[in-house]
Design a protein around this ligand. Structure first.
Ligand SMILES: *Cc1c(COP(=O)(O)O)cnc(C)c1O
Length: 398
């Protein structure tokens, strides 16, 4: 039986009548821009993540852009972002004429390495932009301490991690701004593009709201140049239906991850990453070699609640593409997030050399990672099929 990497519509079908009712309600009142469902959805998200202000926007990318604009980031400024993430994180920085400076990541959780962030701060650095990749939070306490010490702002790219927690605090709510994405493949997947900007700062929230609507306040009076970063009323109305089920969506993904881990560690050559090797590739390498490890399973740090946007294996010994080809031959969906680190992207070739150095762990993991299906509606027989296909590949090695 083929197993797709993702089936974004599987969780929508059971909600069809409620989604249609939400659509009809908006159709009836016709307030398609900034209508009442927008405010309602913003409130629901604010309550869910425990933040003062939630500002709906056109996408996760625009949420990042708007956060940077509200902090007045532009030419001459440097923003620290991880080298191993989706492009949008650094793209938003670059579009404002600022310079993304790439920071290496931890080989256990794939998130920003605090020590490397510290080493890359210069007089021009204005913002640290950690990403909570694959659904697990970066190590925020040392990052927040570093930012405070150096007088820097923090924008959390929580596009993949809405609802995940770090020491009991929600991802996105710990820095000056946090951003979420409702792109259909994200954990709270919408019906097109959408995103959210969150903050606990009243003044920043007010400014971001003005910038969301062309910097207009009062209407047709522009003290600032903003943009059109609004999210449709319709999208908000539809996502209101889904946000009420969000805890269940997360529980389903966590169940799938637990099942994978319990079964896959039984295979020879498969180990789960050890959080005590945090940020230290060489210690981890020696440990993996001693165990003849071929595949490393992801782990959730004890202080984190992981929401598993991706379940990402590391395949060692240059064998990643071999496992991918095997899974594809079995019609099992899998993909590489992300094959090229941002410091190695063509479009950043013209950045100063100093902003693109020292990302060795990122380069390593980009050559090793392979994500397998984790979406909530994956049934047990599908998970078992994936597990057995991986076992089959391991048996073919040597
Ligand atoms: C998806 C994603 C974004 C962008 O979100 P969009 O809604 O697609 O614009 C930004 N950063 C990360 C890490 C993402 O995964």
């Amino acid at each position: 039986m083929p197993v797709p990497l993702l089936d974004v519509n599987a969780q929508n079908h059971p909600l069809e009548s409620e989604l249609q009712a939400a659509f009809n309600q908006v159709l009836k009142h016709g307030r398609f821009i900034m209508g009442p469902e927008m405010e309602a959805f913003e409130k629901e998200v604010a309550v869910m993540v425990g933040v003062k202000h939630a500002i709906s926007v056109s996408s996760g990318t625009d949420a990042l852009l708007l956060a940077l604009m509200a902090l007045d980031i532009g030419p001459g400024d440097e923003v620290l972002c991880p080298a191993f993430t989706f492009f949008a994180t650094a793209g938003a920085v670059s579009r404002l004429g600022a310079t993304p400076v790439f920071v290496d990541v931890c080989p256990i959780c794939f998130n920003m390495d605090v020590n490397d962030a510290r080493a890359k701060i210069t007089a021009k650095t204005k913002v640290i932009m950690p990403v909570h990749l694959f659904g697990q939070c970066a190590d925020m306490d040392p990052l927040l301490t570093l930012a405070k010490e150096k007088g820097l702002r923090v924008i959390e790219d929580a596009a993949q991690s809405i609802g995940s927690k770090y020491k009991g605090r929600d991802s996105g709510t710990m820095g000056d701004f946090g951003t979420y994405s409702f792109f259909p493949s994200k954990n709270l997947g919408g019906f097109g593009d959408g995103g959210m900007l969150v903050t606990n700062d009243d003044a920043l929230a007010e400014f971001a709201k003005v910038l969301r609507n062309h910097g207009s306040k009062p209407k047709y009076y522009h003290h600032f140049v903003g943009g059109n970063f609004r999210m449709d009323t319709l999208q908000c109305a539809l996502l209101s239906v889904k946000v009420k089920r969000y805890a269940q969506f997360t529980a389903d993904r966590q169940r799938n991850a637990a099942h994978y881990i319990a079964e896959l560690v039984k295979l020879s050559g498969v180990v789960q990453a050890d959080p005590s090797h945090c940020k230290c590739l060489s210690t981890q390498d020696a440990w993996l070699a001693a165990q003849n490890a071929r595949i490393v399973l992801p782990v959730s740090y004890a202080h984190n609640e992981h929401i598993w946007n991706q379940f990402t294996l590391r395949v060692l010994g240059g064998k990643r593409d071999s496992l991918r080809d095997h899974l594809v031959s079995k019609q099992i969906g899998c993909d590489i997030y992300y094959p090229v680190t941002l410091d190695q992207q063509k479009c950043f070739e013209t950045l100063p050399e100093s902003s693109r150095t020292g990302c060795e762990v990122s380069h390593r993991v980009a050559g090793e990672v392979l994500s397998i299906p984790i979406y909530g509606e994956l049934i047990e027989s599908q998970r078992l099929e994936i597990i057995s296909a991986i076992g089959e590949w391991i048996a073919q090695q040597d």
